[in-house]
Design a binder for this molecule. Structure first.
Ligand code: XBP
Ligand code: MG
Length: 239
């Protein structure tokens, strides 16, 4: 049986990156002399809006102003992305438990691996450079990022783009996500979904996921999932 292709979300799934994103946003605001500062509690709510530029626009709307302009928000986002890249180059983020083993193992078995992420392409390269020391194209067969689609998650566009580029139907792939927006996006593309919640999404209701796991370590994978994706889950010793 052909093993399904694996399509990974990035932020929160491959690594707990959102604290680094939040810090990068706050540094970019300060450098722009903008009196915005996002706390963890604020950011947890702001993450309901996917996409950094859209997130800043949603926050601006809560302030009842049109300042800064959209063009300025885009400038600030470019600065934020550069700051974020520097943080990852400095080792600010590590892969979540089990991620490296799952991806390296899949690649060794010739299983296609893809990324479907709302974040910007430079941030995917920053993560693979930090974690594997190579650009994202050396790790993933297919990369679909937020700037390539008309509608970000929870719309299905990113996972549909990844499936198109993989040239496989939805029933021959599995999505890995951390958030409700991502779960809905992957389900909208017809995919089975593994959800592994993280610090910023553990409060959400992921009960419609096909598999809900604490991590991607083999010991945390249900037997049917481990078998489906070819991971040698540990033999459960009789109690
Ligand atoms: C998470 C997002 C992104 C990041 C910030 O993406 O919604 O917006 O929070 O990155 P995913 P940008 O979980 O789909 O990987 O500032 O580049 O948008
Ligand atoms: Mg995510």
């Amino acid at each position: 049986m052909t093993q399904p292709a694996l399509i990974f979300d990035v932020d929160g799934t491959l690594a707990e990156t959102e604290e680094a994103h939040r810090a990068a946003f706050n540094r970019a605001f300060a450098e722009a002399c903008l009196d915005w500062h996002w706390t963890r509690d604020m950011y947890r709510d702001l993450l309901n809006t996917t996409g950094g530029v859209e997130r800043m626009g949603a926050y601006r709307a809560t302030l009842g102003t049109e300042v800064p302009s959209d063009a300025t928000l885009r400038d600030i986002h470019r600065a934020k992305t550069a700051i974020y890249g520097g943080m990852l180059a400095g080792g600010a983020v590590t892969l979540r438990p089990g991620v490296r083993e799952m991806i390296d193992g899949a690649r060794a078995r010739g299983v296609p691996c893809a990324v479907a992420t709302t974040t910007s392409r430079p941030n995917v390269d920053a993560l693979t450079q930090s974690a594997w020391g190579v650009p994202a194209t050396d790790i993933f067969d297919v990369i679909a990022t937020g700037e390539e689609v008309a509608a970000k998650k929870p719309a299905p566009d990113l996972f549909q783009l990844a499936l198109t580029r993989l040239d496989v139907p939805a029933d021959q792939a599995i999505a890995f996500e951390d958030s409700l927006n991502g779960l809905r996006s992957a389900q909208g593309a017809g995919l089975r979904v593994v959800v592994t919640p993280d610090f910023y999404t553990e409060h959400q209701d992921h009960s419609t996921a096909d598999w809900l796991v604490n991590s991607l370590m083999p010991a945390d994978l249900p037997g049917d999932l481990a078998h489906l994706i070819g991971v040698n889950a540990p033999i459960e010793m009789p109690s």
